[in-house]
Design a binder for this molecule. Structure first.
Ligand code: AMP
Length: 567
């Protein structure tokens, strides 16, 4: 039987994935993973799909079609060159490309696919997607919801029953869904979003800024020139992406305009703080959708056990920050946010084909890593605060940097203490190492010094920390070892026996176990672990009330595991 592939047919980008030997993998298009959902005709009438079509968009918009997903299910037609096309036909061109790269990858013909659609898609939109598949020569064995696919990619169908939120912010669309997992079945309970919000809008804000800045400096308006505009768009996207990992970036576009035979360039520093200010209202508007999705499913944020971050734009730190603030939970982005929906579709495809699928193993840092800082809040100085640079569950290897300021303009020395842990108070975490940054050059303009602290965590848990004085480039660094240890199954078994031997083996001891767990929750700081423990306690109490011995036994095992892990 030939393989069934999974397809994420996105507004901005599309991807295909397949399970091979139990392992889901993305099917690459050359050296790229994402195939831009763009179709075009070149100057000599050749059909262009993906990156080639995207490249010509700004120069030949009349010969290029993008975001066709927004038109699926409508009777609207699209003019490409001198011909009219139905949205299904344009989507079919993208799907045919995905079918082709899958066939090259698998070295066999591919006839069947699972395709994902947003949870809010109507019947007509789903039917149009199915038709597009069939026009492309693919039997669409199932259409599944994108948040369902994201949950499958995170193996949540293999976990205990729970409510999950999937926050999906891509290039052109945003949606948030409340998903219920019940006995391995994943179902969307509510979904809300904005069909016209995403990374493209963030790029546009940077472009606006560059145009304004250039006009102020040179009195030339770049917005009228298609070629310059295309270059600014590309530069803006690159700057946005680099600001996800570092506090400053340099935007350089040479020879962008000319005045009296003299070439003019853009060469400007752009900071994450300025970017955050530009996009803040847009990002915060997504919180209203979260609220609506929760209201529609009659839930409070506390009822949600996990928040999955999906879509390339969720890599923006401000996005993660505001969602975390509202949901008060660690966010999950272990599976690459732009690949997660396609991976889920491939898993669904393998399940339909009766193949085994292994859980996806990714290396993550099991603890947050950061440094001690002093915070000034409403004029009050708060010492011993913990500023996290790498959050728990970040996929490794990873490099991230943040900017910090000295307390006083004349300060020439700082101590950098590196910690591992989750507590807001730095000293309540584990100190991994520290170094002193001396002889900081004093700035002449009476401003505190800017220090860029960079964390490089490699696959073996070795953390390289450096601090660089931004103005002079002076640098100090250390290397420390983090503890990446998670318990093995044997260790867990030993631990279980240890706790059981403490006189908790009989069912009558369940009260003691609950008391022990409750005592622990009282001592714990707020967070995922505490939420999970409280949820387990509530479930056990419920099982006791309902006198359900099977459930009780199962839950007791889980609680024992959790208690040991936490203790
Ligand atoms: P998607 O539709 O999920 O493929 O997301 C595409 C959007 O994610 C585009 O606007 C990209 O510019 C954006 N994106 C991809 N990677 C990053 C990143 N590291 N930081 C910020 N935005 C990103």
């Amino acid at each position: 039987m030939s393989k069934i592939i999974g397809i994420d047919l996105g507004t901005t980008n599309s991807l295909a994935a397949v399970v091979v030997d139990g392992i889901p993998q993305i099917i690459p298009d050359g050296d790229q993973h994402l195939v831009p959902s763009v179709v075009g005709l070149s100057a000599d009438g050749e059909l262009l799909v993906g990156q080639a079509a995207k490249n010509q968009y700004t120069l030949f918009p009349e010969k290029t079609v993008k975001s066709v997903k927004r038109k699926m299910g409508s009777a609207e037609t699209i003019l490409l060159g001198d011909k009219e096309y139905k949205p299904q036909e344009i989507s079919a061109i993208i799907l045919r490309r995905l079918k082709k790269i899958a066939e090259d990858f698998l070295e066999e013909s591919v006839e069947r696919a699972v395709i994902t659609v947003p949870a809010y898609f109507s019947d007509a939109q789903r039917q149009a997607t199915k038709d597009a598949g069939e026009i492309a020569g693919l039997e669409v064995v199932r259409i599944i919801n994108e948040p369902t696919a994201a949950s499958l990619a995170h193996s949540l169908n293999k976990e205990e029953d729970q409510l999950v939120m999937v926050y999906d912010l891509g290039g052109g669309t945003f949606d948030v869904s409340v998903v219920e997992i019940n006995s391995g079945i994943v179902e969307v309970r509510a979904s809300h979003g904005n069909n016209h919000l995403g990374g493209d809008d963030f790029d546009a804000k940077i472009v606006e800024f560059l145009i304004r800045d250039f006009e102020q400096t040179h009195n030339i308006d770049l917005s009228g020139d298609m070629k310059s505009f295309a270059r600014l768009n590309r530069a803006a996207e690159e700057a946005k992406i680099s600001l996800s990992d570092q506090p400053f970036t340099q935007i350089v576009e040479e020879f962008i305009a000319k005045r009296k035979n003299k070439s003019l360039h853009i060469n400007t520093e752009f900071s994450r703080n300025s970017f955050n200010d530009m996009i803040d209202p847009l990002v915060r508007s997504t919180l209203d959708s979260i609220k609506t999705a929760l209201d529609d499913s009659e839930l409070k944020p506390e009822a949600i056990e996990k928040v999955l971050m999906v879509g390339g734009s969720t890599r923006i730190p401000l996005v993660a920050e505001v969602v975390k603030e509202m949901m008060e939970k660690e966010l999950h982005s272990e599976i690459n946010p732009d690949e997660c929906v396609a991976i889920g579709a491939a898993i669904q495809a393998a399940i339909i084909a009766g193949e085994n699928v292994d859980s996806i193993l990714v290396d993550v840092t099991p603890y947050s890593l950061g440094i001690e800082v002093v915070e000034v809040e409403f004029g009050n100085i708060r010492e011993d605060r913990y500023s996290v640079i790498l959050r728990k569950n970040t996929v490794i290897p990873v490099t991230k940097s943040e900017v910090y300021y000295t307390m006083h303009p004349l300060q020439t020395k700082v101590e950098i203490d590196v910690f591992q842990g989750e507590h807001k108070t730095a000293s309540k975490n584990i100190l991994l190492g520290s170094f002193v940054f001396e002889n900081i050059p004093v700035s002449l303009d009476d401003k505190p010094a800017e220090l860029i602290v960079r964390f490089d965590l490699d696959i073996n848990g070795i953390l390289h920390v450096s601090a660089t004085h931004k103005d002079s480039g002076k640098k100090e660094q250390i290397t420390v070892k983090t503890s990446q240890i998670k318990l093995s199954e044997t260790e867990k078994e030993e631990a279980r026996n240890k706790i059981l031997s403490m006189g908790l083996s009989s069912d009558s001891a369940i009260t003691t176990l609950i008391n022990k767990a409750q005592k622990l929750t009282a001592e714990m700081q707020d967070g995922d672990d505490k939420d999970r423990l409280e949820m387990l306690i509530a479930k056990i109490k419920n099982a006791v009330r309902k006198n359900n011995p099977d459930d009780l036994e199962n839950l007791k095992e889980k609680l024992l595991d959790k208690l040991f892990e936490l203790e």
